[in-house]
Design a protein around this ligand. Structure first.
Ligand SMILES: NC(=O)c1ccc[n+]([C@@H]2O[C@H](COP(=O)([O-])OP(=O)(O)OC[C@H]3O[C@@H](n4cnc5c(N)ncnc54)[C@H](O)[C@@H]3O)[C@@H](O)[C@H]2O)c1
Ligand SMILES: *[C@@H]1O[C@H](CO)[C@@H](O)[C@H](O)[C@H]1NC(C)=O
Length: 451
């Protein structure tokens, strides 16, 4: 869990990942033909070779926008290439630092919930920010587009592309010598891993490696801050969760990919001298949040008088989460960037040791989900139709509670927003964003796919 709470499975549109097996097919077919038909005419061979090269070029071309988890249908529709003088100008201007001592940050997953807030906060203090996001449809992409419009007004340009697109990433580093990477792009959500496991491997494992590959070969190397998750604590029962606790018993594939990310970070720090900070977020909520998370779809369902499922553990045990307000997470992210230290490598070679760290960013006060619902009832002035059900064993854990003393000490991280205050801000945003949601007749949310 951590990222989200009970969802109705199958609620979200599936990604249709498309990987580039194509790379290998054509050369192999060619070899096979050579062996089976040694007498085939020269002309036929050369034509075949030419076609194969063309096809290979098409699939390898950096102008193919989605070497990604998005569908082929999308790739064709959004075939607008990146690059060109106008595009580079947008990139440069977005990433330009406007305060002395400022940093320039590549924010991946910028059109996501946390990415949008972090990007605007950096921009507001005068740092350079460039966004990258593939706008996949794990949840309603129109929400990502609305966040993009918000970012655009704030002066943050979001490049549409996948973190697995190496040529694109290299190009971005050619245009801008980023001092920092804030890597937030990921396949989030715990239960969806049972529907689309490969999207987790693609974005959270391969995608992280792709980002670190480019960071390690950049000169100068940026410092990297990235989002891990409280889900790495898995079956850990020692509370509050501390960074020294065991993280080798993940309860979901999502958690396992985040844990893998922490080990991968170790490698890139060890071999290449990259300064890397992992942040274990604890159930982040707030305005512009994720529709696949409980506080969000509880709000939607309560307003529609639709029954909501509240999970309980074995023996009626309470399910509780350490809900953390987005502004507190943002201040933790900015503090992590400011304290990221320096990467020491250059030209892909390590020159000295660099910091490798991991921090919990939570709120230190777990709240039972039933209490979350009571707060929402008060704020929405609607009584929820509660349906208490046993928590299915699909990756969610029963309880999360962050020990944040390390982040407190080293980052000056001090969360200040309680759940009442934070949910009030969320509900205000929700009712403004879905203006007809409180009327009984069809709402904007109702007509969209993921809501
Ligand atoms: N929100 C939480 O409670 C929470 C808790 C723990 C960890 N996290 C982590 O924090 C980060 C941000 O989470 P969020 O809540 O903002 O999620 P989000 O889904 O709103 O944001 C992630 C963004 O990344 C983009 N993305 C996904 N795969 C991509 C790819 N391969 N290439 C380019 N872009 C891609 C998505 O389109 C999305 O906009 C994620 O790494 C998530 O795993 C979040
Ligand atoms: C919190 O974690 C720190 C280590 O960062 C540890 O020293 C401390 O004892 C922990 N506190 C609790 C209450 O477990």
């Amino acid at each position: 869990m951590m990222d989200s709470l009970p969802a109705t499975p199958g609620k979200f549109k599936m990604d249709k990942p498309q990987y580039h097996h194509h790379h290998h097919h054509h050369p192999r077919q060619l070899t096979v033909r050579w062996h089976h038909y040694p007498l085939v005419s020269k002309v036929a061979v050369w034509s075949f070779l030419a076609i194969a090269l063309l096809v290979a070029f098409f699939f390898l071309s950096p102008t193919t926008p989605n070497s990604s988890s998005t569908s082929g249908r999308r790739s064709l529709r959004n075939a607008a290439p990146w690059g060109g003088p106008a595009w580079e100008k947008c990139v440069r201007s977005s990433a330009r630092v406007r305060r002395s001592g400022g940093i320039s940050v590549l924010v991946t997953g910028a059109a996501g919930f946390v990415g949008t807030h972090v990007s605007t906060a950096l921009k507001r203090r005068g740092d350079g920010v460039l966004g990258l996001d593939n706008f996949n449809d794990y949840y309603d992409p129109s929400l990502k587009r609305a966040r993009q419009a918000l970012l655009d007004r704030a002066g943050v340009f979001v490049v549409e592309g996948d973190v697995n697109d190496g040529p694109l990433l290299h190009k971005l580093f050619d245009v801008v010598p980023f001092t920092h990477v804030m890597h937030l792009a990921a396949q989030a959500g715990v239960r969806y891993a049972m529907t689309n496991p490969s999207s987790y491997v693609h974005s959270n494992v391969a995608g992280l490696v792709s980002v670190l590959e480019v960071a390690k070969s950049a000169d100068p190397q940026p410092a990297v801050v990235w989002a891990s998750s409280s889900s790495v604590y898995g079956l850990n029962s020692h509370v509050p969760f501390s960074e020294v606790d065991r993280t080798d018993r993940p309860a979901s594939l999502y958690a396992a990919t985040k844990k893998a990310g922490e080990e991968i970070a170790h490698v890139y720090n060890h071999i290449y001298g990259l300064a890397i900070t992992g942040l274990r977020f604890f159930t982040v909520y707030g305005p512009w949040g994720r529709p696949d998370m409980a506080y969000f779809f509880f709000t939607r369902d309560i307003l529609r008088s639709k029954p909501i499922s509240i999970f309980e553990g074995p023996g009626h045990a309470t399910v509780a989460r350490d809900f953390t307000y987005i502004d507190d997470i943002v201040s933790g992210c900015l503090a992590a960037l400011d304290n990221a230290g320096k990467s020491t490598g250059s030209g892909g070679k390590k020159r000295g040791s660099a910091p490798l760290r991991v921090y919990n960013l939570g709120n230190t006060s777990p709240v039972p989900v039933s209490h979350l619902v009571s707060i929402l009832e008060q704020l929405l002035k609607v009584k929820a139709v509660r349906n208490v059900v046993k928590m299915p064993r699909n990756g969610d854990v029963q309880f999360t509670h962050a020990n944040i003393s390390l982040a407190q000490r080293e980052l000056g991280y001090h969360p200040t927003t309680g759940l009442n205050t934070g949910l009030k801000k969320f509900v205000r945003w929700y009712l403004g964003y879905y203006p007809t949601s409180s009327s009984k007749k069809g709402s904007r949310g109702g007509s969209s796919s993921a809501l």
